[in-house]
Design a protein around this ligand. Structure first.
Ligand SMILES: [Zn+2]
Length: 340
């Protein structure tokens, strides 16, 4: 999230000039780049890819499916892709069943768990529906579990930084995180106690409050994946420079705050692969294809990643799985060769 509140604010500033503002935004969207501008960075499985590794599928926004030996794990699955105007105007929003079903057709029929980084609608709104379809359990902050239950989830497990969960082949470590600010504030960030006072189901974008942001360290197949949804310099990922390298770092990159911490985050995680996340225009339906969001700055991400020359920068397209290659020699910390 984040962009939405930006536009809410813009719209309130612009007031009666709303139609021309929208026109401006729509024309900017038309000019936005897709993945076609970076073909050398986009990775995907081919027929010769190994079948026994950890497979990563990008679902758009900050959504992922990880698969290993017949098990699946989801993070922030969001398929409804509510349009900008509904968010900006504070209209009622709800999960789009058809889009959710279209998205789920690409995924495993059953999932072990859904991890949620925070409560914003573009991370949590579809989760009750996805739980019902995949029989996955929910692992999220207390306020996100509360929101999900009010939106129809039958269960949910509240976790906090420091907690560890072992589910199937997955070892999941819950880490502290922060959320990007916009104009100095985390969007939709009412304290949970205040939001709880209004106990009905969440109806508008602002009802899906951020709550306590989380990051996750997922260990599977002897490999380690770090994932967050963005963040600030106030809370960096764990320092891994003294230990084995992270195999994959999925870092939210929607707004300037998360870009400002990119170099420091990479220095700590020392990932073999870095996958910038949450940088597509999530107000467009998934069927319209990947396009960078108007507030993301991928050339900046590219420059900063290039300076951390031991990490290979990659991009994933929607629903095109990629298997995380095994480290050449995980113990020796050999820098990863810049090829597949
Ligand atoms: Zn958010």
């Amino acid at each position: 999230m984040g962009k939405s509140i930006f536009f809410v604010t813009l719209i309130s500033i612009i007031g009666r000039q709303l139609p021309s503002f929208l026109l401006l935004f729509l024309s900017a969207q038309g000019l936005a780049a897709g993945l076609g501008s970076y073909p050398h960075l986009v990775v995907a499985d081919s027929l010769s890819s190994p079948r026994n590794g950890v497979r990563v599928t990008y679902l758009g926004t900050n959504g992922y499916q990880f698969e290993f030996k017949g098990h699946a794990l989801l993070v922030d699955p969001y398929f409804s892709r509510v349009d900008l105007l509904s968010v900006a105007l504070g209209s009622r929003i709800q999960p789009n069943t058809e889009r959710i079903n279209d998205g789920l057709r690409h995924l495993a029929t059953k999932a072990d768990a859904i991890l949620v980084t925070h409560g914003h609608f573009d991370h949590l709104m579809d989760v009750p529906a996805v739980m019902a379809k995949t029989r996955a359990r929910l692992i999220a902050s207390a306020s996100s579990v509360d929101l999900a239950k009010r939106a129809g989830a039958l269960s949910g497990e509240a976790v906090k930084p420091g907690d560890v969960r072992r589910i199937g082949p997955w070892k999941i470590r819950v880490l502290a995180a922060t959320h990007d600010r916009l104009f100095g504030k985390v969007p939709f960030d009412r304290p949970p106690s205040q939001a709880l006072a209004k106990a009905g189901p969440p109806q508008r974008a602002a009802d899906w409050i951020c709550g306590e942001p989380l990051a996750f360290l997922i260990e599977v197949n002897g490999q380690r994946i770090y994932i967050d949804s963005g963040g600030t310099l106030a809370q960096l990922p764990p320092n891994e420079s003294g230990s084995r390298r992270m195999d994959l770092a999925i870092l939210g990159m929607a707004l300037p705050d998360s870009r400002a911490r990119l170099a420091a985050a990479l220095a700590r995680l020392q990932p073999r692969y870095v996958l910038p996340s949450h940088q597509d225009d999530f107000f467009r339906p998934l069927s319209a294809g990947f396009q960078f969001g108007p507030l993301t700055d991928f050339p900046f991400v590219q420059r900063d990643s290039a300076q951390q020359n031991r990490s290979r920068l990659i991009l994933l397209d929607y629903f095109r799985p990629w298997t995380l290659p095994a480290a050449v020699n995980p113990k020796s910390q050999t820098p990863n060769p810049k090829k597949d």
